[in-house]
Write a protein that binds this ligand. Structure first.
Ligand code: C3B
Length: 825
């Protein structure tokens, strides 16, 4: 069956000739160069400028329409937005990719070359930041009024280099040569106060008035990045704040004799948005990080209020009808006391009225159960930086404790447990509790995670506020993660079932009936092979390593963390190597293990694991006895644009976290969408992927959450596995020798120590044998070409649920209560 006309394919707004002249105009008039002199960078910028004309026209229309309709909008507050590159995405969404490619070809330029010129906008660490980027894509596509708010970091996530196997961090300077997409809006600058003290005054009728005398004021200058929806109708905005010195002279501090300090604080203003903290799922507790959080929340709230007041003046009664704010994890949680401060101290609303507004405006998404990622700030630190906010937090808590007492009279243990303030050597403010109390809805990011949020993280809150805790399973935008990154597969799908799947991913179901069709299987696997060839080129260029495209491409791409268990994969590779050394005829289909991972610079064991993967790779890749059965490619500097090359080429998707630890995962969805078969634990969204594709089309192994908990309760002892399983013992002992690190015995020993002496906190050894068995099943399945093709097709066909459009639909229905707003023309 061949699909009919391209109904929903965005129709180009300009043709090839017009696009060509727009590019030339910008080459001449924006960049001051010409066709003969221009290098790829200049062509890239001119092409961006040409499409930006369409983008800005869309933006203008969208903003005008939203203003005239006084629409309710969602404001997505996130410390991270991992946008990646925008040119290809924007061209695709305007339906101009082929037009641009043709126009450039006539000018003697390959579009693929200029796309490579664009630096990634890496303003995020990993899953949480990329989710925010997928969500704003879906919001624009679904014509929903929305704005993303975050920080305009000067340096995004570090660039990773690998030197002699080890990770080296280099600064990321994504804006060094300008960013063609962003627009500075100095007219919307905001001021943010910090430090100082609070004065208590008495107003009319003895009303207590609080006046915060800040010690320092910084400016927040907004940069807008247009977010183009699919088909280019709605163009929303991502507004990122950059800090600047305000020029405000601190007379209070000066008068107290602190002239030098006053100057120093002005200099420090610029450092607020200087750099993204590179920690994924760990909280450093650093003062600058709290200031970053407060800085962008305060700027964003003031921006929202300015816009609201333009339409409604001082009438606050409609604020909660117009504004909903989604807190992406607890990073923006300081927004809750900030809005209270604005309403109570500035707008002079009564506490109850203000709290009523607040708790109708905020909603909070929890992204992790890992204790080290649950933010807590020392009360002393908050008091120093935000003295008024600490008072407000205490007041919120005081009133909340009364509620707790009503529900559980006299139960002091319960109060201690639920209090926003954790008592101890040092009083800490629990930002998770503040977020739950200050929000009208709280969600986890996959069914299983949300169940655990209810049952183990916030069970009492669930009892106190029935219905507040809910689930919205994560999703990914199919525009970037299939249509744009995998043009071969996209075109094949278009031909088979029509081209409206990027908007309606459930349409992919239509592929399922061809899963056992031999011709379609061949076509599908031919595309996979072509994608593997492209990745093989990349591996050759990047690592000077030859890989066989007929091997299984086994891909593990994600941040490096013990709970994600890249070291489980490593131990398994070492075991395979050992089997081959012991038996040269060891029967396995050749495999290329492809890794991409950044470790937080301060996370020693994570960096040791990267080093170990690279050292084991050096040895195995160059050992002729292996006879090319195993190759290991650790591609440096994993980022969105590299993911776009790796994902379409994957045969196997590694999702092997300890059950109960990965909140959702989103890489798992991207890989399966591109026809990779998952080997994974029953963790995060893997559970839902398994439900969708069926047990026959996924390789599930290992302990379940319940089993993990039972084993822990019983007393898990990794030595039991070490002594019982000779292969585990041999492989761990190997790490202690200098076999992989000639002349440096013990260079890899920290991994063994973490798995034995340190108690193996993520139960790697407990799951090793089950993982190895599952890998044997993967090997057998791959050798049956038709069966494998069928599995791969089913995986693509069944990913409809995981479009971020569905996640957004869930948020709209369960949380945001928004309506789309059509943009005409
Ligand atoms: C991540 C989680 O680790 C993933 O399981 C999840 O898919 C994504 O968030 C998106 O929900 N996460 C993260 O990247 N950074 C954090 N600080 C916490 C969670």
């Amino acid at each position: 069956m061949n699909a009919k006309a391209t109904k929903t394919q965005p129709s180009p707004v300009i043709d090839k000739a017009a696009f060509k002249s727009a590019v030339i105009k910008h080459l001449h008039c924006t960049l001051g160069t010409d066709e003969n002199k221009a290098n790829n960078h200049a062509w890239w910028k001119a092409t961006c400028a040409a499409i930006q004309e369409q983008v800005l026209e869309g933006l203008r229309k969208t903003q005008k329409t939203h203003y005239l309709n006084d629409t309710r909008a969602v404001h997505y507050f996130s410390a991270e937005f991992l946008m990646g590159r925008l040119l290809s995405n924007n061209l695709q969404n305007f339906g101009l990719f082929d037009v641009a490619s043709g126009a450039l070809k006539e000018l003697g330029v390959e579009i693929s070359d200029i796309l490579e010129e664009e630096p990634d906008m890496a303003l995020g660490n990993g899953g949480l930041g990329r989710l925010a980027a997928c969500f704003i894509d879906s919001l624009a596509t679904m014509e929903l009024p929305a704005i993303g708010y975050g920080i305009h970091y000067e340096h995004g996530l570090f660039r990773q280099e690998i030197k002699s196997g080890a990770q080296i961090e280099r600064p990321d300077s994504w804006r060094d040569y300008g960013n063609p997409w962003e627009i500075c809006r100095p007219e919307s600058t905001q001021e943010v106060s910090l430090y100082g003290y609070v004065e208590t005054k008495y107003g009319e009728n003895g009303r207590v008035l609080k006046e915060w005398h800040p010690g320092s004021i910084v400016k927040g200058v907004p940069w807008d990045i247009p977010v183009v929806g699919y088909e280019g109708k709605t163009v929303n905005v991502l507004r990122l704040w950059q800090s600047e010195a305000s020029g405000y002279f601190n007379w209070d501090v000066f008068n107290a004799g602190g002239y030098v300090d006053a100057q120093r604080e002005n200099v420090q203003a610029e450092t607020i948005s200087k750099v993204l903290y590179p920690n994924d799922e760990t909280e450093a507790g650093k003062e600058l990080r709290l200031i970053q959080q407060y800085f962008f929340c305060s700027c964003s709230l003031k921006d929202i209020i300015r816009r609201y007041k333009r339409a409604h003046g001082d009438d606050w009664s409609r604020f909660a009808d117009q504004v909903v704010i989604q807190l992406n994890d607890t990073h923006p949680a300081i927004s809750v006391p900030e809005l209270m401060r604005i309403l109570v101290d500035r707008a002079e609303l009564g506490w109850d009225e203000a709290w009523g507004i607040c708790t109708k405006v905020f909603a909070y998404t929890n992204h992790t159960l890992l204790p080290e990622a649950l933010e807590k700030w020392p009360a002393r630190m908050i008091e120093k930086i935000l003295p008024r906010h600490l008072e407000i937090i205490y007041e919120i808590n005081h009133r909340f404790m009364a509620e707790v007492d009503k529900k559980w009279p006299g139960d002091n243990a319960m109060k201690e447990k639920l209090s926003i303030i954790e008592e101890g050597n040092e009083k800490m403010v629990r930002m998770g509790h503040l977020s739950v109390i200050g929000s009208f809805a709280v969600n986890g990011v996959a069914e299983m995670h949300s169940r655990l949020v209810k049952s183990s993280l916030f069970p009492e809150f669930d009892e106190l506020y029935p219905g507040k805790l809910t689930n919205v399973t994560n999703g990914i935008t199919p525009r970037r993660w299939l249509k744009a990154c995998n043009p071969g597969l996209s075109k094949l799908i278009d031909k088979k079932i029509g081209d409206d799947w990027p908007r309606d991913l459930d349409k992919l179901q239509g592929l399922a009936k061809f899963a056992s069709n031999k011709t379609f299987q061949k076509q599908f696997m031919k595309v996979k092979l072509e994608n593997k060839e492209l990745l093989a080129d990349e591996i050759r260029k990047s690592l000077d390593l030859e890989v066989d495209v007929n091997a299984i491409f086994d891909v593990q791409i994600k941040r490096l963390h013990e709970y994600k268990r890249q070291h489980l994969a490593l131990l398994h590779i070492m075991a395979l190597y050992r089997r081959i050394l012991e038996n040269p005829d060891y029967d396995m289909h050749p495999r290329v293990f492809v890794f991409g991972a950044k470790a937080a610079p301060g996370y020693k064991l994570a960096k040791d694991i990267i080093y170990a993967i690279n050292k084991v790779a050096d040895k195995i890749n160059n050992d002729p006895r292996v006879n090319n059965k195993i190759k290991i490619a650790f591609l440096p500097n994993y980022r969105v644009s590299l993911a776009e090359k790796m994902i379409p080429a994957a045969d196997v998707s590694e999702q092997i976290s300890t059950a109960g630890k990965e909140a959702s995962g989103t890489g798992n969805m991207k890989l399966a969408l591109n026809g990779a078969v998952t080997i994974g634990t029953l963790d995060g969204a893997n559970v839902e992927i398994a439900e969708e594709v069926g047990d026959d089309n996924i390789f599930i192994f290992g302990l379940t959450v319940e089993e993990v908990n039972e084993l822990k309760a019983k007393g898990y002892n990794p030595y039991d596995y070490y002594y019982k399983d000779p292969e585990i013992k041999a492989v761990l002992d190997w790490l202690e020798t200098d076999y992989f690190t000639p002349g440096k015995p013990g260079a890899l020993v920290s991994i063994k120590q973490s798995l034995l002496d340190n108690g193996d906190p993520y139960m790697v050894l407990a799951d090793f044998r089950a993982y190895s068995d599952a890998q044997i099943a993967v090997d057998a399945a791959y050798r049956d070409k038709e069966r494998w093709a069928e599995m791969a097709i089913i995986n693509t066909a069944k990913m409809g649920k995981f479009t971020s459009d569905r996640s957004i639909r869930d948020y709209v229905e369960r949380v945001w209560k928004l309506s789309p707003c059509k943009i005409e023309g």
